[in-house]
Ligand binder design. Sequence first.
Ligand SMILES: Nc1ncnc2c1ncn2[C@@H]1O[C@H](COP(=O)(O)OP(=O)(O)OP(=O)(O)O)[C@@H](O)[C@H]1O
Length: 642
Amino acid sequence: MPRIPWSVILRPFRRKRKAREADREEELPKLTDRPWMAHSAELAETRMSTVARRLPALIAQALRLAWRANPRDTLIAIVFNLMAGVFTAFGLLATTEVLHALFAEGPTPDRVRGALPSLLLVGAAYTLQGALQTGAGWAQSRLDPQIERTVQNRLLELTTGVELAALDDSAFLDDLQRAESRGLVSAPMMVVHTIDVVTGFVGLAAAAGVLGVLHPALLPLLLLTAVPLCWASVRSARMGYLTQLALASSRRRRWILSDLMTSRQQAAEVRSFTVRDVLLRQYDELASRERDVELVLARRQTLVKATGDGLQGLATVAVYVALGYLLWRGSVPLAVAGAAVLAIRTGKTSLANLVYAVNRCYEDGLYFADYLNFCDQAENRAPKRAAELPAPPEAFEVIRAEDVTFTYPGADTPSLHGVSVELRRGEVVALVGENGSGKTTLAKILAGLYDPEGGEVRWDDLSLWQVDPARLRERIAVIAQDHTHWPMTARQNVIMGRPDLPEAVDAAIASSGADEVIAELAHGYDTLLDRRFDGGAELSGGQWQRLAAARGFYRDEPLLICDEPSAALDARAEHALFERIRAHADGRTVLLITHRLASVRHADRVYVLEQGKVVEHGDHGSLMAAGGLYAELYTLQASAYR
Ligand SMILES: Nc1ncnc2c1ncn2[C@@H]1O[C@H](COP(=O)(O)OP(=O)(O)OP(=O)(O)O)[C@@H](O)[C@H]1O
């Protein structure tokens, strides 16, 4: 396959405004490669022989996928296509008979009458062929959404089932993005193109078979006319592909700019910093460079098409000369020559479709392999536990983390080293420390979200390794630091999948101070909290935090973890929340993480973390007396109020 040099594709970039452009390119930060472009360079280099070698495996893979989505539709699509091919061949052979009858000796009415039975057969064959192809197309279009659903569900089931640490692993996230962005789309496309390969192949085989039956010398003629068409379509497609590849980075820059100019989030800054003109100019420069490249592409593709058409014209002349020669020699009768012309036309179209479908099938196959690879990885990253584990006890007397060590995937140093803490029933236990000291990480380990790599967490005598992690999480309520603004109604934001108990919802809402928020909403509890939906409302940061706290209280579980529950609250709401948290510890346990040290004065015990280690622990009085890190941080904060 002749390859187009990059220099040709990039010529307009280089020719125009060369020096200035180069300077600007250097100024621009390099974009990372997008997952959906992952195989582009590889594809640009791939030769037809490689494609042909890998094709059988790809076809088998696509058929397996289609079969899993719906065996009946798969069978219909394949069998109907095969049968359509048989009727194509039959129609062509019947056409020979029609021509034989028409070119026979005798008066015209007799010849037409003689041709009638074969003519009826031709009509029946092509009607059946059309009906079968329509049926196959129908099955194919039914398969499409079913495959999409199968692959999408599998991806979501696997992704939501992996251990949380997998989602901190950038390599895993890259693979997920790649599977999600391009792998998912490529699955149904691969099946569509596989069926197109089958259809193209069957059409070609039918035409070749008929030519072989008519006269073996006619077979090379099919190849002769098809070659220019295939050459032009493959070369033109590859040119287009390489151009898209060369333009990918420019297009992404343009999308980023377009996003900045149109998104609501940036709208205020775009105006206050008066960057509109700068953004518009950058956008236009990129767009005009892309236009130049696309104009070159259009010219070159037209040239290729014209060359292909010219060559095909020559090939057609050669075919007619060859047929004329065979007629002159008496090797084939006139009727056979006429039927051969029809068969060559059918075969030529099928071959061009086949080549196109093979290319697309190969491309989609590469991206689908990414999807399969991700599924394998996700299966391996599901929490490693025995299949059936018991639920943890309804309540506990003490939770102990013993000598816990944890390192995030890809991190060089552990975020926690040998940490031991104790949480007793009815206590408020606080974790205190500077940013990055490991408080949230420890809370997530206690919540069963991460498995420690060393040490263990025990609920009374039961290690968390011995309980079902999903049911463990049901016993824990969390008010998270980075809580989600769920695009649901206010009520759903509180109950979060639990049964709707109106009195308990009212109580949780009142405890967190969210009752004031609900009172202001147009439809109260039933207001949708997302402006993207019709009638949706938008809350402030502090209002969201009150709802997140209500969510934690509503769950009413033996352990409540509050990670910075008041960072966005006003002074009055914060005071009320901490009062409520203290009251909540009656019979339950609260783990409190906060930088507001005045709020931990009343905690039963405070653990002070520094660089992933517990450096002090005790109650407020003893820690102040010790004069360590806690006393220093507390005094520093208190001095600001004096
Ligand atoms: N998802 C993550 N992947 C990799 N490293 C992480 C991740 N989350 C936290 N870390 C690192 O682990 C360390 C402890 O982070 P952690 O969030 O537990 O600190 P923290 O004490 O809660 O901090 P803050 O007070 O700022 O909330 C930090 O060095 C942080 O960079």
